[in-house]
Design a protein around this ligand. Structure first.
Ligand code: BG6
Length: 479
């Protein structure tokens, strides 16, 4: 992991020495949303925090555009730009126009990369970031392999990062995986799910396995139900062309929510590292079955640019799922996510069974452990205590841990954490190919034909039908 928190001293000790070696980033889809919002700001962040020292960045896309136009679009997504760092980044930025499926263009790209190496008098490791739509993954992967520009050697490694969504269903994901494994080694392949780079998602396993008080209770005997909620205030923000083909199910449930569930639900891995974790997550994904689903669409969605006028794409999903194994037998798990809701919030609630209460007035609720992934980061445990001065009355009290209270440092950005792990060659926080395919299988099971999508007003908490969902399952969504 990147950072080590020293609780009492209230500071974050950087555990990672600066990487002195020059790294060449090659970003496919550099004119897209992700590059300007996340990837370029993350590279900037790594330079600013001195986690990497020297970079060359080659942006690749189909558009006829120049470097400064691309960089200008990224600036609004950087908090308080430091001029020196920005200059360092912009001076090392190159743009290469390229058709993803046009092999000769890759020779031009190779030539540019060699020129950069010659200029720096050393071949630097190459990190190829595929931030394009998944339909281009096959062509880019093949052309990179054929042109030889992503070939690792003793002097330099070459690694490939695939942004989500990884395919659009099981078949396409499988095809991409097969294409990759024909030409690259799995150790070179990093499938990103940026939620795995979030501080509090990384904390799920630590909470479970570093605390004796939790793990013995982490099963169907003591846990009543689980809720994982990813609510967003924003809508689709000009991404209509993409979003309308995917919808909430494929955009966030297939990846972010199922990955969080896999971490919550997995058996203790032999070690809390790399493939041990991925192995256990895959076992959980194999056992997940969807029992009920509710879909919604916010009013006004169908008139967003890029969206079909009569679109039936869901911007909201609520699911009831189960994990068919001994640990989780009979435990309902609820997943919910939506756009244009009243507030941004990602939380995981572990709701315990009620205690065998010996009082005259027992609490009507149960203990809840809430892991707050964002916007506030931390976790809290709801317990019951005696009302002061009263013999038998209880009141709920919260034991709370907030990151912001023990450190003034912000948690590192997920993309910074993940890029640094790619550079180090650590695949722990990346999704293995079997996990991707198992997750698609779960989502593919929810066929689109004939399903009803209920409308909801932007800024609300979802479709009214959600109340029926609660009644039907004798549950209540927590915040
Ligand atoms: C992305 C989705 O993967 O995650 C977006 O494509 C969504 O639609 C985003 O808004 C949410 O990420 P975060 O980090 O803002 O919670």
């Amino acid at each position: 992991m990147l950072v080590l928190y020293q609780h009492q001293n209230i500071n974050i000790a950087k555990n990672s020495p600066t990487l002195m070696q020059r790294i060449t980033f090659v970003i496919f889809g550099v004119t897209g949303d992700l590059a300007k919002r996340k990837i370029l700001p993350a590279i900037y962040g790594l330079l600013k925090n001195h986690q990497i020292q020297k970079v060359s960045i080659v942006g690749v896309a189909r558009r006829n555009i120049n470097s400064s136009e691309i960089l200008a679009e990224a600036i609004p997504f950087i908090n308080k730009v430091n001029k020196t760092i920005w200059k360092k980044l912009s001076n090392s930025f190159y743009y290469q126009q390229l058709e993803f499926d046009h092999q000769p263009n890759y020779h031009q790209l190779g030539e540019l990369l060699d020129q950069i190496d010659r200029k720096n008098q050393f071949p630097s490791p190459r990190l190829f970031y595929l931030a394009t739509l998944p339909e281009h993954f096959g062509a880019i992967t093949n052309n990179l392999a054929k042109s030889g520009i992503a070939k690792s050697s003793a002097q330099k490694w070459c690694r490939l990062v695939y942004e989500k969504p990884f395919g659009s269903d099981l078949l396409t994901a499988r095809k991409i995986n097969q294409g990759i494994s024909k030409v690259f080694k799995e150790q070179q392949v990093f499938r990103i799910d940026h939620y795995l780079g979030k501080e509090l998602v990384g904390n799920i396993s630590i909470l479970r396995f570093a605390n004796r008080v939790l793990e013995p209770l982490w099963n169907e005997q003591h846990i009543d139900s689980i809720q994982i909620v990813l609510n967003e205030k924003i809508g689709i923000e000009g991404r209509g062309n993409f979003y309308d083909k995917y919808g909430a199910l494929k955009d966030v449930i297939q990846n972010h929510l199922l990955q969080m569930l896999a971490l919550v639900g997995m058996e203790p891995p032999q070690k809390l590292t790399g493939d041990y974790i991925r192995q256990e997550k895959a076992k959980v994904l194999k056992k997940i079955t969807v029992k009920d689903a509710l879909f919604g669409q916010y009013n006004g969605y169908a008139s967003e640019p890029g969206v079909k006028a009569n679109s039936n794409t869901e911007t909201f999903v609520a699911l009831k799922v189960i994990i068919n194994n001994r640990r989780w037998r009979g435990v309902p798990i609820y997943l919910k996510s939506g756009k244009s809701l009243s507030k941004k919030q990602t939380n995981i609630h572990i709701i315990f069974k009620e205690a065998k209460c010996l009082l005259d007035f027992c609490p009507t609720e149960a203990n809840v452990l809430t892991i707050r992934v964002q916007p506030e980061e931390g976790f809290e445990l709801k317990l019951f205590a005696k009302v002061p001065g009263e013999q038998h009355r209880t009141m709920p009290v919260k034991m709370e841990f907030r990151h912001s209270c023990i450190t003034k440092h912000k948690s590192p950005e997920a993309y910074e954490v993940l890029l640094l792990d790619v550079i180090r060659g650590d695949q722990s926080l990346f999704v293995r190919k079997d996990e991707i395919e198992l997750a698609w299988k779960i989502v593919d099971g929810l066929k689109e034909n004939g399903r009803v999508v209920y409308n909801y007003p932007p800024g609300s908490s979802g479709p009214l039908k959600l109340q029926e969902f609660e009644k039907k399952h004798h549950m209540r969504w927590l915040t």
